[in-house]
Design a protein around this ligand. Structure first.
Ligand code: ATP
Ligand code: MG
Length: 390
């Protein structure tokens, strides 16, 4: 494993000031993420980003780089000075690691530095011939190669690599404004949070719990989920909202079949207040259209009426199996399936309404002291900080 990585980022259309902002954010995020992994030097030269591993496990550094939003791909590279002989020697050394008898290969050269005396095809030919001479039984195949040695001739050096590993793409966390994630202990909302992070959103999270109806274990699940998300999102503030009085009131004073709808409306109201206070510009939920009774279009419509803040639902079009696959990939799945009840499952009505009517829901709420309930919950809210700032 080599100890220098070339890191590429994408998103066409990034220009001028925006580009600088994006690049600086990405560099800062990479530095911050790797801080706890290994001693690294993170630097840019001529619009190329490099991570040099000075001390530590390069494989773990690579693993972490593949999780940083904004990174499109990563290549372990070797550097050669700008002379053909030096390039050949480094090429031989690098390619020896992948070569085997019968391997179909080609050399692909890009010459960004037009001062370099040889043209790209000439470099490829020279280097290819050198590899053929130096390594046994290679076969040149420019159409269907099994291995490609890439040679990039840049201003001060040449870079050589054979491998390109995909990154997660997206935008660097911190370039898109703040969102408040409604984080339950379930499978969906952590994935929704991850997708928001993917678009550069800075996350805070809010969790509603109903002590003593929900256990400490249920809360721990949410703590652990938050911690997992910090691997992608740096610092995440978690707001824990005491929801017991509200649920009790709903149970005592409103029709059971509307419980879920009314509960969600209360959650959104409280989340909106918190978001305003924290400077968040949108709420984010793990809802997916049609997944359960509270996620029919009619339900979503009636629930969202209580807020004027945008509600992002990154999972809206995903099937459960797709969500599960993502949850497994990002590492939240094993935490989400721990069997502790959350506040929604506890008071789940036997026959929840799937097509609530706004008028009926508003009439049911008329008996509640909504403002007092919100104020009471907010007053009891605790905030915990996870991770370090990106
Ligand atoms: P999840 O797997 O995220 O719990 P779900 O499919 O179980 O989702 P619901 O329980 O209907 O769906 O919840 C829909 C969304 O409402 C969740 O994705 C989450 O964003 C939010 N939510 C539900 N319960 C809570 C809670 N206790 N605290 C914070 N947000 C919640
Ligand atoms: Mg849930």
């Amino acid at each position: 494993m080599k100890e220098l990585y070339l890191v590429r980022y994408g998103e066409i259309g990034l220009k001028g000031k925006n580009r600088k902002f994006f690049e600086n954010r990405l560099t800062a995020n990479i530095k911050r993420t790797l801080q706890t992994v290994a001693r690294c030097k993170v630097y840019q030269t001529h619009s190329r980003n490099f991570v040099a591993v000075l001390d530590g496990d390069p494989a773990e550094v690579l693993n972490r780089l593949t999780q940083i939003f904004g990174i499109v791909s990563i290549s372990p590279v070797a550097i050669a000075s700008l002379e053909l002989e030096a390039i050949k020697l480094v090429a031989l050394r690098e390619f020896a690691a992948v070569a085997r008898p019968g391997l179909r290969f080609k050399v692909e050269t890009r010459r960004a530095n037009k001062q370099f005396p040889l043209k790209s095809p000439e470099v490829s030919r020279e280097v290819g011939a050198y590899l053929l001479a130096g390594l046994a039984d290679l076969v040149v195949d420019v159409r269907t190669p099994e291995a490609v040695l890439e040679v990039e001739i840049r201003e001060n050096d040449a870079y050589l690599y054979t491998q390109t590993i995909p990154g997660p793409g997206g935008l660097p966390v911190g370039v898109a404004g703040k969102g408040l994630l409604l984080l339950s202990g379930g499978i969906d909302s952590p994935v929704a949070g991850w997708l928001a992070l993917k678009r550069g959103v800075t996350l805070e999270a809010v969790h509603f719990y109903s002590h003593p109806f929900t256990s400490e274990r249920a809360k721990e699940k949410v703590f652990d989920l938050c911690r997992e998300l910090t691997r992608f999102g740096g610092k995440i503030k978690l707001h824990l909202v005491h929801f017991t009085e509200i649920q009790t009131e709903l149970r005592l004073k409103t029709p059971e079949r509307l419980t879920i709808t009314l509960m969600r409306r209360m959650m959104l109201r409280i989340a909106e207040r918190l978001a305003e206070k924290q400077g968040a510009l949108a709420l984010i939920t793990g809802e997916s259209l049609g997944q359960v009774a509270s996620q029919t279009m009619e339900s979503i419509n009636v629930i969202e009426r209580v807020t004027t803040m945008p509600v992002f639902r990154p999972l809206i079009a995903l099937d459960k199996t797709e969500i599960v696959t993502l949850a497994q990939r990002i590492g939240t799945y094993p935490i989400s399936i721990r069997p502790y009840e959350d506040c929604c499952t506890i008071f789940l009505p036997e026959f929840p309404v799937t097509r609530p009517q706004l008028a009926e829901v508003e009439a049911a709420e008329a008996v509640l002291e909504i403002e007092a309930l919100i104020a009471n919950s907010l007053a009891k809210t605790e905030t915990i900080q996870y991770g370090s700032a990106l």
